[in-house]
Design a protein around this ligand. Sequence first.
Ligand SMILES: *[C@@H]1O[C@H](CO)[C@@H](O)[C@H](O)[C@H]1NC(C)=O
Ligand SMILES: *[C@@H]1O[C@H](CO)[C@@H](O)[C@H](O)[C@H]1NC(C)=O
Ligand SMILES: CC(=O)N[C@H]1CO[C@H](CO)[C@@H](O)[C@@H]1O
Length: 354
Amino acid sequence: MGRLVAVSLLGISLALLGERFLALRNRLKASRELESIDLPNCHLIKGIEAGSEDIDILPNGLAFFSVGLKFPGFHSLTPDKPGGILMMDLKEEKPRALELRISRGFNFASFNPHGISTFIDDDDTVYLFVVNHPEFKNTVEIFKYIEEDNSLLHIKTIEHELLPSVNDLVAVGPTHFYATNDHYFSDTFLKYLETYLNLHWANVIYYSPNEVKVVAEGFDSASGISISPDEKYIYVADILAHEIHVFEKHPSMNLTQLKVLKLDTLVDNLSTDPSSGDIWVGCHSNGQKLFVYDPNNPPSSEVLRIQNILTEKPTVTTVYANNGSVLQGSSVATVYDGKLLIGTLYHRALYCEL
Ligand SMILES: *[C@@H]1O[C@H](CO)[C@@H](O)[C@H](O)[C@H]1NC(C)=O
Ligand SMILES: *[C@@H]1O[C@H](CO)[C@@H](O)[C@H](O)[C@H]1NC(C)=O
Ligand SMILES: CC(=O)N[C@H]1CO[C@H](CO)[C@@H](O)[C@@H]1O
């Protein structure tokens, strides 16, 4: 409550100042122009028309997509349709996206999936973790993927006071995960105020059945989170600070920060290439266009590849950039065996052969 009063008072005094507004334009990269970079062998994925916020790919080539996210302040092309989880088998020559059936008992009508992550148990059970915002609440849903009939069996809903505004997560056990909170508050108005005031109160949480704790804090707005293939490092994107933070993961599951990589764009979800360790980032080159949607001047898409992030001079390459004429608002990019998938906040998804 103390913080709530403090933030309201601060808000009233500071909202009068234009300085925060200018800072916000800078944090949103509102005036940045993008030069387009095309890839030769790409097509839009059929059946994904209203966003594919996050994508995760299993070692056997099965890709999961969370689709249809609705969020206060964001545009939605299908405001009345519940979200869902699609699957695509990248081993197939012409992969198609099909929607996974969800077991009875789960409230499908209010399903509003955001970040996702998979975990494979010792007995080969595949768990799918999904950040969910039913009626704009914040939960983490754990499903078991049943391959025989392509369905998801709902196992558990997790709600916790340390998960007030979950964005993304990375599973590290059957009920264990790291998650980012993009805001400290869960109330929409307080979130706006928090962002406007640039409080840097967003954090990263470790969740397990026995222990839930803050493992990193001080982010402007923590979004994507990913783990290195050797599971020694955790990468966290701070979208409004244009940074990727590298943390060392300890046996206690605590994190210590090793470095911060500064970039020139709004970094959203991160994925790690299991074979090379490269980090692929779905980025928004101009955040203002995301919030103020104009079909004639749509948000653009930008994909970065970061090689050797642990070294002194990581290589950052813009692999794909489009002004929104093909793909609007890329939020995730992930690779599998020479194929690149690019997902978006509320638009379509692109499949490319690299
Ligand atoms: C992990 O972090 C917590 C909180 O910062 C601290 O209290 C605890 O001692 C740490 N554990 C280890 C094993 O370092
Ligand atoms: C985007 O680029 C295409 C060609 O690459 C161009 O025709 C179109 O006008 C551009 N759109 C915007 C909104 O700048
Ligand atoms: C494409 C992709 O890998 N997206 C990632 C978004 O973030 C979650 C959490 O780290 C990953 O599991 C997803 O893989």
